[in-house]
Design a protein around this ligand. Structure first.
Ligand code: BT5
Length: 243
């Protein structure tokens, strides 16, 4: 099920407020968001009619981070079909990147009822037709399909492809959970790279990316010790030769 709204505050907020009215796997997209959100209340910018913003209701997930894996892999598939020549990868915990620029971000929010996880609303914003002016206004290194391949795309067509891909990946998740998580981890292509981790309390540290564990946590080597992180922002540092 795909519903496309002309305008909404945030597709995640909308689906959280209407969680019970939508079936498992339903997708709600908006051509314009007036209050798109990232993690920790950060703003998410979307150029009206030009970019993708959608959210998915999941009611049968074992844990919240699996939603990001399903939606992320679907977005990666659609982006690769549209731009086969672009090198795309996931940057933990929730971004789709090309080189050092963010193409898409994911926000997963749990719906809790009587102390148990009743579902997850997982939203993704993807920059599609945003031009350099719109990307510069974001204030962080960002890219779009248009910036990467010089071609504009029909948003409704991409939304339909994405909805189908999400449904396929959700079915695959139910049948072969380990496979989906393996694919998601494989696409996190930062093995061995130096990263800077920053945390909500302002703390920062440099570490070497070593992998992702079964619970979706980041494993990194910091000061010679292997450490596991459940949250934080990752900045990719230049390779040693370039530093
Ligand atoms: C995210 O948060 O990347 C999650 C973004 C999720 C957006 C979708 S759109 C549909 C659904 N409805 C919503 O309201 N949200 C979801 P985070 O990792 O916290 O990154 C946020 C940061 O990314 C901001 O502080 C900006 O620096 C940057 N940013 C904002 N808009 C951007 C854009 N269009 N492209 C690249 N970076 C952006």
């Amino acid at each position: 099920m795909l519903v496309v709204l002309d305008q909404v505050d945030s597709t995640n907020t909308f689906l959280k407020n209407h969680f019970d009215e939508f079936p498992d796997g339903a997708v709600v997209a908006a051509l314009e968001q007036t209050a798109g959100r990232g993690r920790l209340g950060r703003p998410w910018l979307q150029q009206k009619n030009n970019d993708i913003a959608l959210s998915v209701v999941f009611k049968k997930l074992e844990t919240g981070f699996h939603a990001g894996a399903i939606v992320g892999l679907a977005a990666l598939e659609v982006a690769r079909e549209a731009m086969p020549q672009s090198e795309l990868f996931f940057k933990w915990p929730n971004d789709l990147y090309s080189a050092d620029k963010k193409l898409a971000g994911i926000l997963s929010e749990g719906i809790w009822r009587q102390g148990r996880l009743a579902g997850v609303v997982c939203g993704i914003g993807i920059n599609v037709n945003s031009d350099e002016n719109a990307l510069c206004a974001i204030g962080q290194p960002a890219t779009s399909f248009f910036a990467l391949c010089g071609q504009k795309f029909e948003i409704k067509n991409l939304l339909e492809r994405l909805e189908k891909s999400i449904a396929r990946h959700y079915i695959k998740y139910e049948r072969e959970r380990a496979r989906i998580l393996h694919d998601w981890r494989r696409e996190n292509r930062l093995l061995g790279r130096m990263i800077e981790l920053s945390f909500p309390d302002g703390k920062r540290l440099e570490a070497q990316f070593s992998g992702i564990d079964d619970d979706g946590n980041l494993i990194a080597l910091c000061n010679g010790e292997t450490t596991v992180f459940g949250c934080g922002d990752v900045k990719i540092l230049p390779s040693p030769a370039k530093r």
